[in-house]
Write a protein that binds this ligand. Structure first.
Ligand SMILES: Cc1cc2nc3c(=O)[nH]c(=O)nc-3n(C[C@H](O)[C@H](O)[C@H](O)COP(=O)(O)O)c2cc1C
Length: 335
């Protein structure tokens, strides 16, 4: 096993453990819909479908980016991809760097021939290897868009992680200018705040995935892999570093009406999905909750997505919203 695939295998094992979820919530508990006990709707008419990047989606839920690049990464990706295909749900791939190196990158498109697939590479990988890496990532799976992930905290905690972040914004700008698919920029659990969002918008990025604090903590996962006690001590207070997802969404929405906004980081049920949309997100992405079912089967992933989708439809019903447009103006209780 190579160093990269060993690291990815460790990540999957650790991500499954509840103790590496953020100790603080993503902030959704404080967002409460006014309950509508006179919905004047029938549930069968409640529609949570949407259009994302010109594709019909049966729900505004993206299977969030999770790395393959190790032995059972293939199995996980297969189950996720087949579920995405069956349900008309977009799937974000995990970082494709390893898959591009070992030639397995194209498999996901084979399992999900018609699905909306989002490619994925790291911001520092882009800065080091240039736009060609992003082009390869897109071409290898005929991706409909490319996600660039920014994970400076994770890289700091990771032994031998990337410490040189100079030129990443410029690399993103080059990417936005020269790729023929949309560029989405995401964090991995600390969130993208208004200032960084503005810098991204200024270089032509049209979609941001928040990936705020409240769900999977990469500082915690990487800390568990460190053997050096001094490094562990340095990393310790950063385990909960970051900005809560629920707090960030309205800020980013106020910043720009036009920005495509994907809420992620700690969304754990269909009510959180509804809250995110009400706060201003266009779409949502969920990663860690799909990991366990993805180890089991495609059917298990389909069941899990179905639960989230039905919870979202119930929330629409209980707020008297017939569709997502109406949900976006459903009354909230004052904080
Ligand atoms: C096992 C695992 C692997 C991940 N790998 C990647 C990755 O390769 N690229 C990326 O952009 N994000 C990656 N993420 C981060 C997620 O996409 C997401 O931003 C983060 O986990 C927060 O969402 P969650 O709380 O729903 O898990 C990974 C998450 C998990 C759980």
């Amino acid at each position: 096993m190579t160093d990269i695939s060993q690291r990815k295998a460790d990540h999957l094992q650790l991500a499954l453990q509840g103790q590496h979820q953020s100790a603080t919530s993503a902030g959704f508990d404080g967002i409460r819909f006014e309950h509508n006990c006179l919905p004047e709707l029938q549930l069968a008419d409640v529609d949570c479908s949407t259009v994302f990047l010109d594709y019909y989606c049966s729900a505004p839920i993206i299977i969030g980016a999770m790395t393959g690049g190790c032995e059972y990464g293939e199995t996980i990706n297969r189950h996720l991809a087949e579920a995405a295909e069956a349900l008309n749900i977009p799937m974000a791939l995990g970082s494709q760097r390893a898959a591009l190196m070992d030639g397995s990158a194209q498999n996901v498109r084979h399992w999900a021939p018609k699905a909306l697939l989002l490619g994925n590479i790291g911001g520092t990988q882009l800065q080091q290897q240039g736009v060609d890496l992003a082009k390869q990532a897109v071409d290898s799976v005929q991706a409909n868009a490319i996600i660039i992930h920014l994970n400076p905290l994770q890289e700091l905690v990771q032994p031998n992680g990337d410490r040189d972040w100079r030129g990443v914004l410029n690399a993103i700008e080059q990417c936005s200018a020269s790729l023929n698919v949309p560029v989405i920029v995401k964090e991995v659990g600390s969130g993208i705040g208004p200032s960084v969002a503005q810098r991204l918008i200024d270089v032509g990025v049209s979609w941001i995935e928040v990936a705020g604090r409240g769900g999977t903590s990469w500082a915690s996962i990487e800390s568990a892999r460190i053997e050096d006690t001094l490094e562990q001590q340095i990393a310790a207070p950063f385990v909960d570093w970051g900005m809560d997802t629920a707090a960030l969404i309205p800020h980013l929405r106020r910043q720009s009406d036009q920005l495509g906004l994907i809420a992620s980081g700690g969304l754990r049920n269909g009510i959180d999905i509804a809250r995110s949309l009400r706060l201003g997100a266009n779409m949502t992405a969920i990663a860690q909750p799909f990991l366990q079912p993805a180890l089991v089967s495609t059917a298990a992933v389909i069941d899990h997505i179905t639960v989230f989708r039905e919870q979202l439809r119930w929330t629409l019903f209980l707020t008297g919203s017939k569709n997502l447009k109406e949900l976006r103006s459903a009354p909230l209780l004052p904080a």
